[in-house]
Design a protein around this ligand. Structure first.
Ligand code: PRP
Length: 177
């Protein structure tokens, strides 16, 4: 890994704020009166989740789940499994999975499949970013913030080998050898 990597802004914090507002409005409309469970995938979704839920104006529950990290973007998922499980009941609930980035799609597809078996009343996916150029397995994203190019995306919760997660903008990393 090069330590000369320099993040450049792809979507500014102002653009992120406007997009999170738009997503919150769509979600608010669809989930009014439903008391859904918003389920974030750790760690990447924590910042997005925090901003999203404070814009939602109806009762909801928040939960996080941790998957075995296999390194984003690998073409094979290896042994993807749940390493920190759920405390909430899924059966009969309206569940909205919150993801920071859908890359190959392995993580989202695995989790949606895992949850579907627990018989939720409804199951949807909200992703802040989507990198469709890298997709290996099909994933339906019900609420999407940004489509991103095939670059190393970092910031606003998204890391590159645990680096740059704290950046307030969504950036891409240019590697300088
Ligand atoms: C990242 C990201 C997604 C997943 C997307 O998680 O947060 O969950 O990879 O990649 P995929 O579509 O190719 O599966 P990661 O495993 O890097 O863990 P992190 O969220 O803790 O950074």
């Amino acid at each position: 890994m090069s330590f000369q990597a320099k993040p450049r802004v792809l979507f500014s914090r102002q653009e992120i704020e406007a997009t999170v507002r738009k997503l919150a409005a769509e979600i608010s409309q669809d989930y009014q009166g439903k008391h859904p469970l918003l389920l974030g995938i750790l760690k990447g979704s924590f910042m997005f989740m925090a901003d999203l839920i404070r814009l939602l104006d109806f009762p909801l529950e928040v939960e996080f789940i941790s998957l075995s990290s296999y390194g984003r973007g690998r073409s094979t998922p290896g042994e993807l499994k749940v390493v920190q499980g759920l405390r909430s009941q899924i059966r009969g609930r309206d569940v909205l999975v919150v993801e920071d980035i859908v890359d190959t799609g392995h993580s989202a597809a695995f989790l949606l499949d895992y949850l579907r078996k627990k018989k939720p009343a409804s199951l949807k996916l909200c992703a802040l970013t989507d990198k469709p150029s890298r997709r290996k397995v099909p994933v339906t994203i019900d609420y999407l913030g940004f489509t991103v190019p095939d670059k190393f995306i970092v910031g606003y919760g998204i890391d590159w080998d645990e680096r740059f997660r704290y950046l307030p903008d969504i950036c891409f990393v240019e590697v300088e050898d």
